[in-house]
Every structure is written in structure tokens, then in C-alpha cells.
Design a protein around this ligand. Structure first.
Ligand SMILES: [Zn+2]
Length: 422
């Protein structure tokens, strides 16, 4: 290409990217998961899907190997090269040609590694202990970034991916297909124990999404262990995914088998599939709960330290629940207010301002001023009260003095109807 032509093309790309960036700012990104119908795959497609991940793994490790030597950058690996050096089963170096992995995907693998390195560096800067990128034994996802080039939608439940001949039949496109407000963008092909999935990234103008489903209410949500979620409206949602009996049976079976034997691997594989199914169920449940809460004009939650629960005595119960998933689905949204974790939402009586200690095993909140309520509903209502009085909204750290002062001010407010009728 001529230099002037190239620079004209680069300017054009930069302009398009700027325009896209400006447009995306007013849009909401949603990702929908579709499953590739395994029984509809042709033998050639099955081979292609398998080999995309195999060749992807070869490339990933080759790039890593290249960047380990003499401080080469990940960037300097040439993804246009049509062969790749990898290990065979005896751990000897062999060179193979890329037969399935298109160059566009090879580029996205390289770009993905670059961004992983960047985010590791950013974490390190913040003082986290981080390792470096590691060689992988399996690649789990590849990105398709240019709609119309790397991937196409051929119709309801029909997707075309570069590198796989013919069209792929999928399930789940009814979540978004045919909605004129939903713009389809990238796709991610996932390699999971129970099959192949495609995550479809979509964009919708944010005001269109909000207009569709707001109910005008402000609702507080208390995250608990036993009932999982309690709202200020008195609704209790139990949202744990139980470990299936089959999984327990398989785990017992695995223990009796010789580690590394053919039967052991077979059982291990079945266990992986069960875990995957459980993860899917948790994700579905969490998505539904988030969708339910965000129908409210405003949802108020408190920034409790969920991560600490994993280590504490709740351990297993929390692990199998969907609390963490719902929490990450709720935060960073404009229609969700997050209150400071230091606020005494369980103890505070918003009528008289007293702080009452309620032991964990006591279900009712009782205050000397005459207030009595279910302890979790009380917490959720208190969150709404704090939000409406603008106490600790969006704050991460407040001093005791600051908390006391702002609560006292809110309780003393004349005509404080929120306090009275709670
Ligand atoms: Zn009271």
C-alpha cells in the first residue's frame, strides 16, 4: 500500500473508532449466551471447533515462549506466519501449519494476551501480588471481533464463524434476535466441558432499556445467608443452587478409582460437566434476580464484604449461592445505589435514631420506641431511608463521627415521613 493511502486508511479507522466510542457511551452492553447444538454438528465442523482451540493453544504458548526470550514483546510475534512451533505428546518441538485458526483470530489471541499483561501490571501497581502469564494446557475462549467478517448472523439460531465451514445451529438467540433496538457486535467462542458456547455481545441505547421496564419504586435489598435476599417490600428470595446428588455420587466414585486411570479420567470428565451445569444454573438464576431488581427505579444495596464470607464459617453455603454473582451484576449501574459498608443498617432505628444490637440468632428487630420488624426487612428498609436522606451513598469509607452526625441530622429532620411510616 502507498504511504498516503495507508495513512488515509488509518485516519479512517481512527475516525470510525472515535465515532463508535462516542456512540457506545450512551449505550448499555449486554452479553447473551447461546449454546452450539452439538447433535447438529457435521464431522468437519466438530473437527474445526476442536482444532481452533488446539491451534489457539499452540499459538498462545508459542507467543509466550517468544516473549520469554531476550525480553521480546508479545507484540513482536508475527501472527501472519502460517506455521507454529509446539510440543508433541513426547514434549518435543514440532512445527505445524495453521489449518483451522484464521489469521484474524490469531491476532485476537495476541491482543488478548497483551491486555492480560496490561491488567496484571495495573494490579501490581495497586499492590496486589500477581504472577506472569503461564503456559496453558487448554484454551477456553477465542474472540470474533468484526461482525460481517469474522462472524455473521444468518437467521434465528444460525451463526457463521470464520474457520468453521457452513452454519452453526445454536440455542438461545431468542433472547435478542429480531429486536430492532439491539445491535449485535462481538462474539466469543467458548470451549466448556459440556460443549461449545457462543457469547454474543450486544449494545442498546440505554434510555431504550430503561424506558422499557422501570416501575417507579425505590427498593432496598439485604443480602443474607439463609434467605439470600430480602427486600424492603418484604419479599424474601431464596437463591441457592444445590449440589446435585449425581455430582456427590460421581465424587465418591472418583475416590475409589485409581488416580490417572482411564476410568478415573472418565469420571473426572463427568464431574467437570456437572460443575459446568451448576455454574450455568447459578448464572441463569443470578441474571433473573438482577433483572427483577433493576425493574425498580432505584435499587439500594450495601457494600458488604462478600469476599470475606467465602473464608468464614458460611463457606460452602455461600459458595453454592448466587450472592456474589447478583452483587457484581448490580454494582456499577446507574439505577443501583451502593451504601457505605460501615453504616449500621442492621442496628439503626430510623424513627428514634437508637442503635440496637440484635444477635445473629434473633429474627426480630425490636426498638424501645415501639418499632418491631423482621430483622432483614428492617435492614432493607433502613437502606432505603439512608438513601433517601443521602447518608453514605456511593461512599466507601466513613468515620464513626461522620456516620453519627449524618444519621442524627436525618433523624431530626422535621416532616421526616420516611422515618415515621417506614
Ligand atoms: Zn427506635
Amino acid at each position: 500500500m502507498e504511504d498516503t493511502a495507508r495513512s488515509a486508511k488509518n485516519t479512517m479507522i481512527a475516525d470510525t473508532m472515535r465515532a463508535t466510542y462516542a456512540k457506545r457511551k450512551g449505550q448499555t452492553c449486554r452479553v447473551f449466551q447461546c449454546k452450539i447444538q452439538d447433535n447438529k454438528l457435521t464431522a468437519a465442523q466438530r473437527e474445526a471447533l476442536k482444532m481452533i482451540f488446539v491451534e489457539g493453544k499452540w499459538l498462545y504458548n508459542a507467543i509466550l515462549n517468544h516473549s520469554d526470550i531476550d525480553g521480546n514483546s508479545i507484540d513482536s510475534y508475527d501472527t501472519k506466519k502460517i506455521t507454529v512451533i509446539h510440543k508433541d505428546k513426547d514434549m518435543n518441538d514440532v512445527e505445524s501449519e495453521f489449518r483451522f485458526l484464521p489469521q484474524s483470530i490469531r491476532q485476537t489471541i495476541q491482543a488478548g494476551m497483551k491486555s492480560s499483561v496490561r491488567s496484571l501490571a495495573a494490579k501490581k501497581k495497586k499492590g496486589y501480588k500477581v504472577g506472569a502469564l503461564k503456559f496453558i494446557s487448554e484454551l477456553n475462549s477465542v474472540d470474533y471481533k468484526q461482525l460481517g467478517v469474522t462472524h455473521k448472523i444468518l437467521g434465528m439460531n444460525r451463526i457463521k464463524l470464520q474457520g468453521v465451514k457452513g452454519m452453526l445451529k445454536v440455542n438461545g438467540m431468542d433472547q435478542f434476535y429480531g429486536d430492532p433496538d439491539i445491535e449485535i457486535a462481538n462474539m466469543k467462542l467458548l470451549n466448556k466441558p459440556d460443549g461449545y458456547y457462543i457469547n454474543v455481545t450486544t449494545w442498546t441505547d440505554s434510555d431504550k432499556i430503561i424506558r422499557k421496564r422501570k416501575n417507579g419504586k425505590t427498593v432496598g435489598v439485604d443480602f443474607g445467608i439463609e434467605t439470600s435476599f430480602t427486600t424492603s417490600e418484604g419479599e424474601k428470595i431464596r437463591a441457592a443452587v444445590q449440589e446435585p446428588e449425581r455430582l456427590k455420587r460421581l465424587q465418591r466414585k472418583l475416590q475409589k478409582q485409581t488416580k490417572g486411570s482411564r476410568r478415573w479420567w472418565k469420571t473426572k470428565n463427568l464431574i467437570d460437566i456437572e460443575y459446568q451445569k451448576m455454574t450455568n444454573r447459578k448464572n441463569d438464576l443470578a441474571n433473573k434476580i438482577v433483572a427483577g431488581f433493576t425493574r425498580n427505579e432505584m435499587t439500594v444495596i450495601q457494600d458488604e464484604m462478600l469476599e470475606h464470607w467465602h473464608k468464614g464459617w458460611f463457606g460452602k453455603q455461600v459458595q453454592h449461592s448466587v450472592l456474589g454473582r447478583v452483587k457484581s451484576g448490580l454494582k456499577d449501574r446507574e439505577d443501583v445505589a451502593v451504601l457505605c459498608r460501615s453504616l449500621p443498617t442492621t442496628k439503626l432505628c430510623t424513627v428514634c435514631g437508637r442503635l440496637n444490637d440484635i444477635p445473629l440468632d434473633v429474627r426480630d428487630y425490636i426498638c424501645r420506641c415501639g418499632i418491631k420488624d423482621d430483622r432483614d426487612i428492617h435492614s432493607a428498609k433502613t437502606m432505603v431511608w439512608l438513601y433517601k436522606n443521602n447518608v453514605g451513598v456511593g461512599r466507601t469509607k466513613m468515620t464513626r463521627g461522620e456516620i453519627r452526625e449524618s444519621i442524627e441530622k436525618a433523624v431530626r429532620k422535621p416532616a421526616n415521613s420516611m422515618g415515621r411510616d417506614r
